[in-house]
Design a protein around this ligand. Structure first.
Ligand code: ZN
Length: 164
């Protein structure tokens, strides 16, 4: 008997993410499922919360509001910076993300939103910020995490992290 989904378990799911305009933003059905460590914030909080207690074989529709997904869209979180401020290992392409240091000294991800001449517009908004997320989920597997997985905060093995 497989355990129900709870903190400290490694969960494998198939998922389809549809936005309110009907576009499919991501879809694992027909490909490799996603394996993640439950309770470690590997997935958006609203989805993680609604998966708790579910079992292998369950299928469910989960609606996640923006604030419990990729966050509300913050128009003040955009900034135009010279291209020279983008780390050299980052491809200068719309949609690429990289880590930058906030004023507080904390690392935070930003996304390239536009490129104009010698400047790029970077945004701390996730590309799907402000969107309601509509998930179709099928729970494929649940197992207890290993000590290493708990220590690392992510799942290992197929569908999870691979260390080289
Ligand atoms: Zn690891």
């Amino acid at each position: 008997m497989k355990p129900a989904i709870a903190d400290g378990h490694v969960v494998t799911i198939h998922y389809r993410l549809t936005l309110d305009d009907g576009s499919i933003a991501d879809d694992s059905f027909g490909g490799d499922p996603l394996t993640y460590l439950h309770g470690a914030h590997n997935i958006v909080p609203g989805l993680e919360r609604q998966l708790a207690g579910k079992n292998v074989g369950d299928t469910l529709e989960v609606v996640v509001e923006a604030k419990d997904g990729y966050g509300e869209y913050d128009p003040t979180a955009e900034q135009t910076v010279p291209k020279t401020q983008v780390p050299p290992n980052v491809e200068l392409k719309v949609g690429m993300s990289f880590q930058t240091r906030a004023r507080t000294g904390q690392q935070m991800p930003v996304w390239i939103r536009a490129i104009t001449g010698d400047n790029v517009v970077v945004s701390a908004n996730h590309p799907m910020a402000g969107q309601r997320l509509n998930f179709k989920i099928e729970v494929k597997d649940v197992r207890r995490a290993t000590n290493d997985e708990k220590k690392h905060g992510h799942a290992h093995g197929p569908g999870g992290h691979h260390h080289h």
